[in-house]
Design a protein around this ligand. Structure first.
Ligand code: FE
Ligand code: MN
Length: 354
């Protein structure tokens, strides 16, 4: 397990097909990216199967009631419209950013075939999510320029996207390699940026805001689209956490007190940005939410993320929205809000995670 020659990315490994014990996720010269069996990282396979079992497309969600509501000037308040538009603006471009990160950055450095199989599935799901916002713009007749320019023009959205782009800059360098402790730290740092912060924290104020519409039985089509996205994102996050923890286990030298402190600090900075985003989306309390309760939710979520990557939690905040998991569980049981939902999953396989 020494040099990871760039030419190896698509080709045959120098060492021939070695046994599973010798395989590592990074810097493994004996990994043949074309040879998925025998498989070492069963978790990657499991996340792939869960992703496939969760298959959905945005067109399955009926938007008729939403269209009527959106067109009726009296059906929604200005604050409700602002909240929906801000979340459209953030998610519409963040989904593409995530897809590009997977395909252009992660895929190159992760040569293990079962992990790559998952990355391909995740990339497809990001394409479905991108499609969701096309579908929302089309059905509701939203101004596409307004929605797609928010990540450049709305400060609270721009700040989040720039944070992830800056945090994940080092591995974007075409000369970057994962060789050596420092480079592996950089890689893990950037994985935290993609999975824990972007998909695990920056999406969650939006999820709680959009799912609140379900409780009011308003804009249920859009809310349901977000619910499907949430289900996918929880698997993306679970894969990212397994990936990060496996790399740490295989390279224990990277997990120094200083590095742990750096990662914790990144999470803390991300929480600040997410709380600022929530405040911008919610200048006044609506739908049973306000900036401070959504902020508490973000802290609660961040603590959970830290624990998943085996770091100490920092906030100790209680979940202000226990209904989040309840509303999700209800939907598993039946079509609670009477919009058309297709559940591909068998109940036993469903796994939601906030
Ligand atoms: Fe996504
Ligand atoms: Mn994702």
């Amino acid at each position: 397990m020494n040099d990871q020659a760039p030419g190896m990315l698509m080709g045959i490994p120098k060492g021939g097909g070695k046994g599973n014990e010798e395989k590592t996720i990074l810097n493994c010269s004996t990994t043949d990216p074309n040879k998925i069996l025998p498989m070492k990282y069963k978790w990657a396979r499991q996340h792939y199967k869960t992703g496939v079992a969760n298959n959905w497309t945005p067109e399955e969600v009926n938007m008729q009631k939403d269209v009527e509501t959106w067109r009726n000037p009296k059906a929604l308040t200005q604050d409700e419209r602002r909240l929906i538009m801000r979340n459209m603006g953030f998610f519409s471009t963040a989904e593409s950013l995530t897809a590009n990160n997977i395909v252009l950055i992660l895929y190159k450095h992760i040569t293990n075939p079962e992990c790559r199989q998952y990355l391909l599935r995740q990339a497809y799901e990001e394409a479905v999510h991108t499609d969701t916002f096309i579908y929302c713009c089309d059905t509701l007749g939203l101004d596409a320029d307004e929605v797609y320019n928010m990540y450049l023009e709305v400060e609270s959205i721009k700040a989040k996207d720039e944070y992830v782009v800056n945090m994940t800059k080092s591995i974007l360098d075409p000369n970057f390699s994962t060789k050596g402790t420092e480079n592996i730290q950089r890689f893990v740092h950037d994985l935290v940026g993609f999975y824990v912060i972007m998909e695990g924290i920056f999406f969650y104020a939006g999820f709680v805001m959009m799912l609140s519409f379900l409780r009011q039985n308003k804009m249920v089509g859009v809310a349901e689209q977000f619910q499907f996205i949430l289900r996918d994102e929880s698997v993306h996050l679970a894969f990212g956490v397994d990936l990060i923890n496996t790399i740490i286990d295989e390279n224990p030298a990277i997990w120094t007190p200083e590095f742990k402190e750096t990662i914790t600090e990144r999470v803390r900075e991300a929480v600040e940005l997410e709380m600022a985003y929530a405040a911008d989306c919610l200048p006044r309390g609506i739908l049973g939410l306000n900036a401070s309760s959504v902020g508490e939710y973000v802290q609660y979520i961040a603590d959970r993320r830290l624990k998943k990557i085996r770091l100490d939690s920092i906030y100790g905040t209680k979940n202000p929205f226990p209904w989040m998991s309840e509303i999700i569980d209800l939907r598993k049981e039946k079509n609670f809000f009477e919009t058309r939902v297709t559940e591909y999953q068998t109940a036993g396989m469903l796994s939601w995670d906030e």
